[in-house]
Ligand binder design. Structure first.
Ligand code: CO8
Length: 262
């Protein structure tokens, strides 16, 4: 299959897929098309018996994924925004449900939807240059792709509340300290390390790996689905506010936002 915004390669004698989000001019921001392509690519990998693990990364030196595409979101209304958030959750569910282990190789900015994409993977390694955060409140919206659910489960509720409500950006060492990523590596070693982990997993019994993932994830699940519905609804509700338009327009016009609380 041809993708416009992704590179999908087979490495390690075809047992490992490397999927690269490839929109470097917008720091690999996720628009609806890219989310659909990621979902389709993961679906194809899930159905491929010869494929045993996946490394997901971003194109270029600077970013893993700098968030959902603000230009694509700025004029959305509440319903369309909820549909957009639901696309992200569909991808998250796809990654959770596929038999292969998906490793995020976070090579730069992982902000907003980019941090959420890394969280949706089974685990993540980061380059020393990586930066993480949920800056949605700067745009007067909230995370819509797991940043109020998976993030809290991964790093604990108080840290998640702090990150989400301050919009702060943290570096790779801090991400390691709080359990957002498993390893931090020099930039030149990141992909090799992620691929080595993928290749190690690829050599194990595929059914065992798939069942282990299924069981580990089921234990962690609890009723996430209920929570996700709430997140989708609340993300959409932000797009009924003037502040959301102001926040996103201000970003695109490169000026500070003036929020009015309505
Ligand atoms: N969307 C669209 N374009 C973007 C984005 C983005 N998220 N991030 C960067 N770009 C564009 C910039 O507009 C710029 O374009 P141009 O060259 O045309 O001006 C280009 O990428 C390069 O960016 P900068 O010039 O800004 O690069 P800097 O090095 O100065 O700054 C930053 C890098 C700090 C990463 C900065 O670009 C930034 O703050 N980006 C926005 C980060 C952000 O707010 N992300 C969260 C977005 S909201 C979100 O993710 C909601 C999640 C909901 C999920 C729903 C389902 C997926």
């Amino acid at each position: 299959m041809e993708y416009r915004n992704l590179l999908v390669e087979r490495v390690a004698q075809g047992a490992v897929a490397r999927v690269t989000v490839n929109r470097p001019s917008v720091l690999n921001a996720l628009d609806a098309e890219t989310l659909r392509e990621l979902d389709a690519a993961m679906e194809a990998i899930a159905d491929d018996d010869g494929m045993r693990a996946v490394v997901l990364t971003g194109a270029g030196e600077k970013a893993f994924v700098a968030g959902a595409d603000i230009k694509a979101m700025v004029e959305l209304g509440p319903e369309a925004a909820s549909e957009f958030a639901a696309l992200g959750h569909r991808l998250g569910d796809r990654i959770a449900g596929m038999p292969q282990i998906v490793i995020a190789a976070v090579n730069g900015f992982a902000l907003g939807g980019g941090c959420e994409l890394a969280l949706a993977c089974d685990f993540a390694y980061a380059s020393e240059r990586a930066k993480f955060g949920q800056p949605e409140v700067n745009l007067a919206v909230i995370p819509g792709f797991g940043g109020t659910s998976r993030l809290a489960r991964r790093i604990g509720l108080p840290r998640a509340i702090e990150l989400v409500t301050t919009g702060a950006t943290i570096d790779a060492q801090e991400a390691l300290r709080i359990g957002l990523v498993n390893k931090v590596l020099p930039p030149g070693e990141l992909l090799g390390a992620a691929q080595a982990a993928a290749e190690t997993i690829a050599k194990k019994g595929p059914r065992a790996v798939a069942n282990a993932k299924r069981s580990l994830r089921a234990a962690d699940e609890r009723p996430l689905s209920q929570h996700n519905r709430l997140e989708i609804e609340l993300f959409g509700a932000c797009f009924a506010t003037e502040d959301q338009k102001e926040g996103m327009r201000a970003f695109l016009e490169k000026r500070p936002a003036q929020f009015k609380g309505r």
